[in-house]
Write a protein that binds this ligand. Structure first.
Ligand code: GCU
Length: 414
């Protein structure tokens, strides 16, 4: 009898850890209810009333304010080789001078354009973690001179070295992307804003002192999103690129930035969030994994000062990240998770995407994430909102890219 009771207790404990988090969250704020309590029922109301209200809220309380395109922005193509990746692609490298001043802050774009396509090509834009030199072993890629994290392999005195060539290549399957007919353009996150608390003087945020020392300060995630838009500014000037068909991609912290870039810049026609976790696609109400306290204490520069007041409020917030994903509507969005990535809370990421659906449906009743439950491994659910979870850990795998490229074939190319 005693044993039976113990077994039952263990079973109940097991069950409480394995029941769907969906069932645990009953108080998710409704994306279609205005702060006045009024219910939004049309796309027009969403665009004219609810979306502006939410956008203002998230800028004030979480991501901070963001400047526009700098007036003097200038671009210099400093490298072009039409015969790379076995002749399949053209490599270009372009410096973006944010203020037009060659001695001022700048970033380097590394891009690959497919040779076989004779018309303008759609493109995918994304930031990289460790520097352009890590994306491919090609010795012609300029090594970043920007601040690097000394914990990263190959970094000496906070600077990148030759040893970092190609170290991240597995996350950037250039040939696969080129073979599918897409151009790819990437920039090192540290060229835009170095990823540490005291990094402000070294990045673009220092250009906007009026946006600092305030609760809704221009934050690092916002700066990265802003930098993604500046890549698109360049692409609009590049004759090889179909700049009306550009997707934005990001992994992890850079996935948080990609989602925010998708919200703040409607020129991005498709958005891909690879394991963006807390402050990305994950709902804070799904409290397993990283929460607001960890985000705000371990990475205090990522979001604005006002966000800190929500520490320990994750499960009772009056807002959540499904509202952020909703602001991308009706443009297609792909959210992906990895089974072993518990810090990102894969199930919370799924429900973040799923709960954006009511807004997509305002545009078209067929716009959906076509599943009502958290999908099994390797079973992408693909509608205008898409989701998959694959086995393995926090990473970007070929499997992920294959799904993104298929998604882009379906929703970006036409
Ligand atoms: C940390 C952090 C996450 C982030 C991740 C990454 O794990 O807690 O929020 O997404 O780094 O950027 O790889």
């Amino acid at each position: 009898m005693k044993h039976k009771t113990i077994y039952i207790i263990f079973f109940l404990l097991w069950l409480s850890n394995h029941t769907s988090a969906q069932q645990k969250v009953t108080n998710l704020p409704d994306v279609l209810t205005m702060s006045t309590g009024k219910k939004v029922t049309t796309a027009k109301q969403w665009e004219k009333q609810r979306k502006p209200e939410l956008l203002a809220f998230f800028k004030r309380e979480m991501y901070g304010q963001m400047p526009g395109k700098p007036a003097g922005i200038a671009f210099k193509v400093f490298d072009e080789n039409k015969n790379v990746l076995g002749g399949k692609a053209t490599r270009k490298q372009v410096t973006v001078y944010f203020t037009g001043n060659v001695d001022g802050p700048k970033m380097d774009i590394l891009m690959y354009i497919p040779n076989k396509v004779k018309r303008k090509v759609p493109a995918i834009v994304g930031l990289n973690f460790d520097g352009n030199q890590s994306v491919n072993a090609d010795p012609a890629i300029k090594i970043t001179t920007s601040w690097e994290d000394k914990g990263t392999k190959g970094v000496i005195n906070n600077h990148a070295t030759e040893a970092m060539r190609g170290t991240n290549a597995s996350q950037w399957p250039l040939e696969m992307i080129i073979d599918k007919g897409y151009a790819i353009a990437t920039v090192y996150r540290g060229d835009i804003d170095p990823d540490f608390e005291g990094g402000l003087p070294l990045g673009v945020r220092s250009l906007y002192p009026e946006l600092q020392n305030r609760g809704d300060n221009f934050s690092t995630v916002s700066a990265w999103a802003w930098g993604l838009s500046r890549i698109l500014d360049y692409l609009e000037t590049d004759k090889a690129i179909d700049s009306k068909h550009v997707a934005v991609f990001g992994f992890s912290r850079l996935g948080k930035a990609a989602l925010w870039a998708g919200v703040t810049d409607e020129r991005f026609k498709l958005v891909i969030s690879n394991e963006s976790g807390a402050g990305g696609a994950k709902l804070f109400h799904y409290t397993a994994g990283e929460g607001i306290r960890r985000l705000c204490t371990k990475f205090p520069h990522w979001f604005c000062g006002n966000f800190k007041k929500y520490m320990d409020q994750d499960s009772i917030l009056s807002f959540d990240q499904h509202m952020v994903i909703s602001m991308i509507a009706p443009r297609p969005v792909y959210v992906a998770s990895a089974q072993g990535d518990s810090n990102s809370n894969p199930e919370g990421e799924f429900w973040g995407a799923k709960n954006a659906e009511p807004v997509y449906k305002l545009y078209n009743s067929n716009y959906s994430l076509p599943t009502d439950s958290w999908p099994a491994l390797n079973t992408p659910a693909v509608g205008r909102i898409a989701y998959h979870i694959r086995p393995g850990g926090h990473d970007v795998k070929d499997y992920d890219w294959i799904q993104y490229l298929n998604f882009a074939d379906k929703y970006l190319k036409k």
